[in-house]
Write a protein that binds this ligand. Structure first.
Ligand SMILES: Cc1cc2nc3c(=O)[nH]c(=O)nc-3n(C[C@H](O)[C@H](O)[C@H](O)COP(=O)(O)OP(=O)(O)OC[C@H]3O[C@@H](n4cnc5c(N)ncnc54)[C@H](O)[C@@H]3O)c2cc1C
Length: 500
């Protein structure tokens, strides 16, 4: 029987950074992954002469060597930064409602506010006040939480206390009149899966601050290059990764973790277990009900699951400029009603009421697709439930029907796009269920309602020796999950009384 200091379930972003931190710190560690490659969402796949990026559209937290972001510091400490080539993106985003709104913003506070004032001159004062608030609120969040101030109180952090429970929509309404301006400022709500009426203002402030101050990035080779570099680092430091190795049970004796059992019935002993699988899979599928503390059932009951996504991965036979694509990150919206767009995520169909995002990777890195071609992803958020109702025999036809509707919407902005398709792959919520193993194919973990803020729902250890890391126990997205795994790896090292 194999025995380790720590077993990690899952080689997603968080499993990999936890594994690298542990291996580098001298722990005897094994990562068990059900898929055949490392990365979870952070992977790629090949069709014809294209290697398609699965998930990464804009990476936050990297920053420049002169002004490093928090994620750059983590990847530096894990010894992988030097093996990767990160490229800053020149656009923050291009937001469009055909015939009504067409604005390109840059990742620069002065230029972004100037562009917005140019389009909405009557709202100039509100634009300055809004960005001032974003920066000041986030400054307080950094002081209070990033630097772990032990003395957080209202007098010291007044804006945090004033805005901590305020929805984004209320702050937009306080500052602006024109719904088009509110829409132009907030397409990033789709990166968190909740519309401005339900999303915390602080979450949006954090995202705007992160992308404007530390710039959005991509990297050569896509997110798979990062996952592979982290996996290599684990092995280089003496750790192990086993693929095709789903974990079926977490073993608990006398209230403390003793290891895991794989789906093939093998027992692997460990003093500490880190689960990068979903919180639901960890507690409901891998533990017996009587092993799960009542507090966990309470937590699970009060949460709701985030949307999944419907994505078209397109390999196009022309370069971006020949297709009229001039910005890498494009939000193509049908209207200004984000609540309606959110309600539409429960519907399988795609029509003019659905917004979508189009990323052109070749514009960021010309080597992302073969010479003379483009790699593009069209993505819209959709909940998994409606897709679970499709009978298996009708699944393929339904997938192509919805893909056709999505192309029709994209062609309003990029006419003739479909005539240039050389390769196309479609991912539905069912695809995400299959490859990620998440409930209903959720891509953002639990919905991050204001009431579910980490302040109210901290990532606690409920069973001695069992740690959770990744998008189900904190912020979602690449930066938060990579950082979550790193911090968890350090916490496990402390438990093992090893160097960090
Ligand atoms: C289509 C799409 C687009 C996205 N776009 C962006 C973006 O532009 N920017 C951004 O920041 N974020 C984006 N995200 C979100 C981001 O990719 C995720 O938040 C992040 O990658 C999640 O990392 P994770 O470590 O929490 O888990 P995951 O990536 O879900 O990894 C979990 C791993 O655990 C494995 N696993 C599960 N159960 C078991 C088991 N029983 N045994 C063994 N292994 C198991 C899975 O196979 C998987 O490899 C996107 C996600 C998707 C799907």
């Amino acid at each position: 029987m194999e025995t380790y200091d720590a077993v990690i379930i899952g080689a997603g972003n968080a499993g990999l950074t936890a594994g690298a931190a542990l291996a580098q710190g001298g722990a005897k560690v094994v990562v068990l992954e059900r898929h055949t490659i490392p990365g979870g969402c952070a992977t790629s796949f090949c069709r014809g002469r294209f290697e398609f990026e699965v998930a990464l559209h804009q990476l936050s937290g990297i920053g420049t060597p002169e002004k490093p972001g928090p994620l750059r510091m983590v990847l530096d400490q894990l010894g992988v930064m030097e093996h990767l080539t990160f490229m800053p993106m020149s656009d923050l985003y291009h937001v469009m409602i055909p015939g009504k709104l067409d604005i390109l913003l840059e990742p620069d506070r002065a230029r972004t506010t100037a562009t917005l004032k140019h389009h909405f001159p009557d709202e100039a004062e509100g634009i300055d006040a809004f960005f001032d608030l974003v920066y000041r609120v986030f400054g307080e969040v950094i002081g209070a939480f990033y630097f772990k101030d032990p003395d957080v109180h209202r007098d010291k952090y007044p804006l945090y206390f004033q805005y901590g429970l305020k929805p984004l929509q209320a702050v937009l309404d306080d500052h602006f009149r024109d719904p088009l301006l509110k829409t132009a400022l907030t397409p990033y709500w789709t990166y968190m899966g909740l519309p401005p009426s339900q999303l915390s203002f602080i979450d949006m402030a954090a995202m705007l601050f992160a992308y404007i101050e530390f710039l959005p990035f991509h990297l050569q080779g896509g997110s798979q290059a990062l996952s592979t570099a982290l996996a290599d680092r684990i092995v280089q430091c003496g750790g192990r990764i086993r693929y095709n190795c789903p974990v079926a049970r977490i073993l608990v004796e006398n209230g403390r973790v003793t290891g895991v059992a794989t789906a093939e019935g093998e027992t692997i002993r460990a003093r500490q277990v880190v689960s990068n699988a979903s919180k639901i899979a960890t507690y409901v599928d891998m533990l017996a009900p009587d092993q799960v503390p009542a507090a966990v059932w309470g937590e699970l009951k009060r949460t709701s699951i985030s949307p999944s996504a419907f994505t078209l991965y397109l390999g196009l036979d022309q370069p971006p400029e020949a297709l009229g694509i001039s910005s890498s990150t494009n939000f193509i919206l049908g209207h200004t009603d984000a609540d309606m767009a959110y309600a539409r995520m429960k519907d399988r169909d795609i029509d003019h009421r659905d917004g979508m995002m189009m990323t052109c990777y070749t514009l960021i890195d010309p080597t992302f697709s073969p010479p003379g071609t483009s790699q593009v992803a069209l993505i819209t958020l959709k909940f998994g439930d409606a897709w679970l109702q499709v009978p298996p025999a009708q699944y393929a036809a339904e997938k192509y029907r919805v893909a056709d509707a999505m192309l029709q919407q994209a062609e309003q902005v990029f006419p003739g796009l479909r005539t240039h398709i050389e390769e196309m792959e479609i991912a539905t919520p069912i695809t995400h269920m299959r490859y990620l193993g998440t409930p209903r194919g959720a891509i953002y973990g639990f919905e991050k309602h204001i009431k579910d803020s980490p302040v109210f729902l901290p990532n606690q250890m409920h069973i001695e020796g069992l740690f959770l890391a990744g998008g189900w126990v904190g912020g979602n997205g690449f930066q938060p999950t990579l950082e979550s795994g790193f911090k968890t790896g350090q916490a496990v090292l402390r438990r093992l009384e090893m160097h960090q």
